[in-house]
Design a protein around this ligand. Structure first.
Ligand code: TAP
Length: 482
């Protein structure tokens, strides 16, 4: 807070667990409502003092580049922390840190570009459309990409000149703490970036409710997103929501089988399925269905699940006990609903993995669109495979969901692939690929998957106000009342 680390007055601490071993790796403070309000006050005062918001885009860009360099220099430390705290593999964690550094660089670069418009409104009126920071940005992030999701918000919010307040997920604060230590070593003015740890129902709720916060940007579940929107209505602050998904991955008969199977695995098992855009519903055309399922299952069975710090591991642990139990519950529900469990479904106990939260890659077939395992986000290594006959049915099943985050189509008939993907009601889509993300493209969902967009120029816009300035080039009285 305000450039200083402050002890919480709350004596209670949260034990931070390594999900691969259940060892306690740290004890984190649980901030109070009063402390959250204090941090908001500091962010507001800093914004109003203009020590950051008043800096030129060039000066702000220089600071963002310093932060990017710090991330790059500390890539090993940050990777280790993410592996220990989240349970993901080193390969995944390292790629997150690299992406985080690139995100700061991208927004530094964007600050060198024109940001606004100018046009001749009518004869002697010139109109300028200028972008301005919003004020205090409250940023609330989940545990699945603790560092990267924080940076997807911090980089554009700071680039725009806002003061920020970050609340990491209570169970995964480690990389956020390190990031703030690193930011403290740069020229970022004190009070422009504030970190507050604690539970969502206290710290998160206070941020969402506060009249001194101008935008609340949240990534997490649709259920909490709904609560945030209600809490934000007091001062009608802007709400930006990146929520859950149940994304369809459509495989046509004419797809390149090897490519489709490979990306289908990547689509669901990356991050142990704890990725908002996971391809958790596989829709496979009837002609290729049996061959596809056989190959998919064979390859899923071969995935090496293990601790993230073991270089042989291809899929890591589930983030914590509560979520681990919820995934196993969904697997039980799937069986009870009559789906056919063709692979996995269990906790992994061999080779010492029983100390951690490991679940086998799990595949259900013979599912129907009304089953809970098809309708609800499981957020784990569990995929439901459905069969379809033709293009129209594929689109109908794909869109039969409350979510609209992501989706993909695999086909060698490019006209068909584009025709179908255009009909999929989702914000992030791929043709013959899955999960490939680039900073230049807007990220976000349709329907109950969210409001607003991250990354790209849209991501910067999310944290800016837009003002029109109309300039009379030849000032003279208007004479309206003469
Ligand atoms: P949530 O339970 O929704 O938590 C997300 C964050 O919100 C956490 O920091 C949480 O704090 C906080 N929170 C909880 N209750 C709150 C409240 N009443 N007011 C304000 N904040 C509150 O999600 P999760 O379990 O961490 O993450 C998984 C979900 O996030 C999945 O549904 C996934 O799809 C979604 N997700 C979406 C995306 C995108 S880009 N769309 C990316 C990643 C994840 P505590 O946990 O500390 O209590």
């Amino acid at each position: 807070m305000n450039g200083n680390w402050v002890e919480s007055s709350n004596p209670e601490k949260m034990e931070i667990i390594n999900p691969a071993t259940q060892e306690v790796i740290a004890r984190a403070p649980l901030g109070t409502k009063e402390e959250t309000n204090e941090a908001i006050k500091i962010a507001k005062q800093t914004f109003e003092s203009a020590v950051w918001s008043g800096q030129s885009p060039k000066e702000r860009a220089a600071v963002l580049l310093q932060i990017a360099d710090k991330l790059q220099e500390n890539i090993d430390v940050l990777t280790d922390l993410e592996v220990q705290n989240n349970g993901k593999t080193r390969r995944e964690a390292q790629s997150d840190v690299e992406e985080a550094a690139s995100t700061f660089r991208y927004y530094a670069g964007l600050l060198t570009m024109p940001n606004g418009q100018s046009y001749e409104a009518s004869g002697d009126i010139q109109t300028l459309i200028v972008k301005e920071p919003m004020g205090v940005a409250g940023l609330i992030v989940p545990w699945n990409f603790p560092l990267l999701m924080s940076v997807w918000k911090i980089a554009p919010a700071l680039a725009a000149g806002n003061s920020i307040l970050l609340k990491p997920a209570e169970i995964t604060p480690m990389t956020a703490v390190k990031l703030f230590e690193l930011m403290d070593e740069t020229d970022l003015p004190k009070g422009a970036a504030n970190l507050i740890m604690g539970v969502g129902s206290v710290v998160g709720q206070t941020i969402a409710e506060s009249n001194d916060v101008d935008i609340v940007s949240f990534t997490g579940s649709t259920e909490v997103g709904r609560r945030i929107m209600q809490a934000a209505s007091g001062n009608l602050k802007k709400v930006s929501l990146e929520l859950g998904g149940k994304s369809p991955n459509i495989i046509f008969d004419d797809a390149d089988l090897e490519t489709a199977v490979d990306y289908a695995l990547f689509g669901i098992f990356l991050g142990s399925g704890q990725v908002c855009s996971s391809g958790s519903r596989l829709l496979v055309q009837e002609g290729i269905y049996d061959t596809f399922v056989e190959k998919f299952v064979e390859k899923a069975k071969a995935i090496r699940v293990g601790p993230g710090n073991d270089e042989h591991s291809q899929m890591g642990a589930i983030v914590g006990e509560k979520h681990f139990k919820s995934i196993l519950d969904y697997i039980r529900i799937g069986k009870e609903e009559g789906a056919n469990l063709v692979l996995g479904g269990n906790r992994i106990e061999k080779d010492g993995l029983d100390r951690g939260f490991f679940i086998e890659p799990t595949v259900f077939t013979h599912v129907t669109s009304d089953m809970r395992i098809v309708r609800e986000e499981i957020f784990g290594p569990v995929v439901a495979i459905q069969k379809f006959k033709g293009e129209e049915e594929a689109v109908r099943i794909a869109n039969d969901t409350d979510f609209g985050l992501a989706g993909a189509v695999f086909s060698t008939d490019h006209n068909k692939a584009i025709r179908v993907i255009k009909k999929v009601r989702a914000g992030i889509t791929w043709v013959n690929a899955y999960h490939l993300t680039n900073i230049q493209a807007p990220w976000g969902g349709y329907k109950q998957s969210g409001i607003g967009r991250s990354l790209s120029t849209y991501g910067l816009d999310e944290y800016q106000e837009t003002k029109q300035i109309n300039i009379h080039l030849e000032p003279k009285p208007i004479g309206w009342f003469e």
